[in-house]
Write a protein that binds this ligand. Structure first.
Ligand code: NAP
Length: 302
């Protein structure tokens, strides 16, 4: 019997299996394209011949396929579904909170324990201090799996009992990364147009990390308490700065897609009467109309 089975041996699944092996865990692996298991066999893993054989081999199944649909296609295969009862499924493929909750419901019907996770690390970081994995699901299940899953990431964070919350937080972080990636790239295009070195721009921005960390903590507190009326900087001033960025982009004859979009969001906030409020009052125009937009906060995870 293995300590753990890893299903899905892409870049990430392979890194997960390697981390378990490095931690001395008896590791069973399976992948649809069997050749990808060869390198892990050489590293000491046991290679199963089918998904059902892999599931039967261990009490804990770590699944890291492309997405939740692929995970379900493996789990719901009758040969697997019949033997999943009594095991713990740790689902690490990317997806949505809705998909995570649906899989947890399926697992419960089949008598399996279920945790859902979101990986914030590159494959090369897995097993090291810089890797972070968020895990959602029942506290007792998380506690029972902690010793094993610690092999994967220096930061293993239980985000609460709602099994959708790892994916929800990953989506929240991705929203930030999306703006960060596009914003940085637009800044690099300005540098190129002005004869500045984008690499030096990267170094300069890295040096601003403490400022951004402080701003994120402050914005989180301000939004959580809905108290936007003691601003360090206002919606109106940020809107003016970003509107100017559209002009700068036009002057330099570079694309203005990102500043045009950002300026339009801040303009909506000004038009809605929030100009004198803290810059993150832009949240108010982003909330939308869903009745679920502000559920009561469930516990703390940091
Ligand atoms: P990948 O290299 O593309 O590997 C995808 C894996 O899914 C392969 O093992 C593939 O099998 C398997 N697969 C896909 N559809 C399948 C199906 N219908 N049936 C059976 N197996 C199927 O992807 P990855 O980089 O390992 O990423 C895996 C997950 O981790 C993704 O959800 C990704 O978003 C997440 N993640 C990745 C990173 C990263 O940096 N790589 C970081 C954070 C999170 P075959 O080999 O047979 O095609």
């Amino acid at each position: 019997m293995g300590d753990v089975t890893v299903i899905g041996l892409g870049a990430m699944g392979t890194a997960l299996a390697r981390a378990f092996l490095s931690a001395g865990k008896t590791t069973v692996v399976w992948n649809r394209t069997s050749a990808k298991a060869d390198v892990l066999r050489d590293a000491g893993a046991e290679v199963a011949l089918s998904a059902a054989e892999a599931v039967a081999a261990s009490p804990v199944l770590v699944m890291c396929l492309s997405d939740c649909a692929a995970t379900r296609s493996i789990l719901e295969d009758e040969a697997v579904a019949e033997i999943v009862a009594g095991r713990l499924v740790v689902q690490l493929a990317s997806g949505t909170s809705r998909e995570a909750r649906a899989m947890a419901a399926w697992a419960a019907k089949r008598g399996a324990d279920f945790l859902d996770g979101a990986i914030s690390a590159w494959p090369s970081q897995i097993g090291g201090a810089d890797a972070a994995i968020l895990i959602a699901g029942p506290e007792t299940t998380f506690t029972s799996a902690t010793a094993l899953l610690k092999a994967l990431a220096g930061s293993l964070v239980h985000v609460g009992p709602d099994v959708g919350h790892a994916k929800a937080l990953f989506g929240a972080a991705l929203a930030y990364y999306a703006a960060h990636w596009i914003g940085f790239s637009h800044g690099a295009v300005i540098c190129e147009a002005e004869g500045l070195d984008p690499a030096r721009f990267g170094e300069l921005m890295a040096g601003s990390a403490p400022f951004f960390a402080d701003d994120m903590r402050r914005m989180g507190r301000v939004i959580a308490t809905n108290s936007f009326s003691a601003p360090e900087s206002t919606i109106a001033s940020v809107r003016a700065d970003i509107a100017r960025l559209v002009e700068v982009s036009d002057d330099l004859e570079i694309g203005a897609d990102f500043p045009t979009f950002a300026a339009s969001v801040f303009q909506r906030a000004v038009d809605a009467g929030y100009g004198a409020e803290e810059h993150c009052a832009v949240t108010k125009v982003l909330r939308g109309t869903s009745p679920h937009q502000r559920r009561p906060v469930q516990g703390s995870f940091v």
